[in-house]
Design a protein around this ligand. Sequence first.
Ligand SMILES: [Zn+2]
Length: 309
Amino acid sequence: MAKCTFKQFQEMYPSDAACLAKLMDVNYGGTEITCPGCGVDSKFHPLQKRRAFVCQLCGHHVYPAAGTIFHKSPTNLTKWFFVIYLMTSTRHGVAAKEVERQLGVTYKCAWRMCHEIRKLMASADYSGPLGGKGRHVEADETLVGGRARRHGKGKGRRAKKTVVMGMVERDGMLRTGPVPDDKTFTLEPIILENVVPDTIVTTDGHTSYQNLGLTYQHGVVKHSENEYVRYDHTFPDGKLQTIVHHTNTIEGHWSHFKRSIKGTHVHISAKHLWKYCAEFNFRRNYRVSHMLMFDRLISAMALPRIQEA
Ligand SMILES: [Zn+2]
């Protein structure tokens, strides 16, 4: 990963004014814009005491932080930017406790900041289709969470786990999220919605995937029979083509996700699980560049504004 060091980061965003200038860039495309107040091409200057820029001709104010997660937050922009930096620069994520310690804010505030950034990661992530002709997607589901209850009575006291479903295109994007259950009616439509027809799709032998062959080039590895890789040989246009079916890519993500959750957050509730999934999806999809992640997150805040126009 092309990583931005903390020193470089500090040089880019040393003050609230620098952060606000970045938001002005993202939301308005710079400080030389057509003024919404007087309608003339004008230059805007930052105000000292407010998160605003002012038109040098008519005095009209624009608020580049309005409508973003920083809006109405009394926390400094530099602190917000720093938490975004932390959450994008680690592979395992950051505990709210750690943010509390590093920023000197309350735990509640730290927790809220982390969750706002996770939601931002969800909206900044790749949302297009997965797969395509000749492309290969692995789909799988796993159980996440469930606190061990030592004081419960009997075996029936097992805490509830949540099913998380995931799809990953080899050399491409990943998408995961919690689902109500692992039945065909739940999993099949999700794959149909996200994966382009004719894609090569590999799953394990779970019966919920049994109809995928109608839409895809579906291959199954039977984990229950200790089969972890299967080679399918086909001869399109008379040439030998070998498809290697396995679900190692998605399973690698599951183990990374679970290990990180266990090590960093210890326990997360089913209610908030989607946000953690989104965080790990986003970091994995844009892992090539730390600065790209940072810019995508900042830019994602401008999206509602673009839709309005
Ligand atoms: Zn003006």
